[in-house]
Design a protein around this ligand. Structure first.
Ligand SMILES: [Mg+2]
Length: 165
């Protein structure tokens, strides 16, 4: 566990995170941030590309599970159902409680788990603090100035990522 804001791996988008890569790193459970990682804000249907990617990962024997800070939203339910994944809402990343709850629920160990997300200050920090592998992806869509500022603040930590894939 560490309080580092530097991701272990960085990918241009979630679909580039292949089952081969995950298996090589010993990952058996992939926790997924929802908003702007799996779907842009506001959408309730995943793109075909992301749905197919999720299916490929699952068929390879790797478990997938959504861990979102989004709270009490029908959209989370709709997207999780469409992607055929379990989920935890209100995960409170960067706190590690949501990650630990998911691991307990699904029966995986920290060393065989990764979290992929689009935000340094929530997803990456939570994963690093929990002692699981952290994967950063670029946000699908930056729709407002606030997201733009955050992305700019995150830039140094993205740049420091030792493994840009
Ligand atoms: Mg996100």
């Amino acid at each position: 566990m560490s309080f580092s804001l530097i991701p272990d791996y960085s990918f241009p988008d979630i679909c580039k995170v292949t089952p081969e890569f995950l298996k090589e790193k010993g990952i058996r459970l992939l926790l997924l941030d929802l908003d702007n990682t799996m779907a842009p804000y506001g959408t309730v249907i995943p793109t075909r590309e992301i749905a197919e990617w999720a299916e490929t990962v699952r068929q390879s024997g790797i478990e997938t599970f959504i861990l979102t800070n989004n709270n009490g939203s029908e959209r989370v339910e709709a997207l999780s159902k469409a992607l055929d994944m379990g989920y935890i809402m209100g995960a409170k990343k960067p706190f590690v409680s949501g990650i630990n709850r998911a691991l307990d629920k699904l029966g995986f160990r920290h060393e065989e788990t990764a979290l992929a997300g689009d935000q340094i200050f929530t997803d990456v920090l939570a994963a690093n603090c929990a002692g699981i592998t952290s994967i950063i992806v670029r946000p699908i869509k930056i729709v407002n100035p606030l997201l733009n500022v955050r992305y700019w603040l995150e830039a140094p930590f993205r740049a420091l990522c030792p493994n840009k894939m």
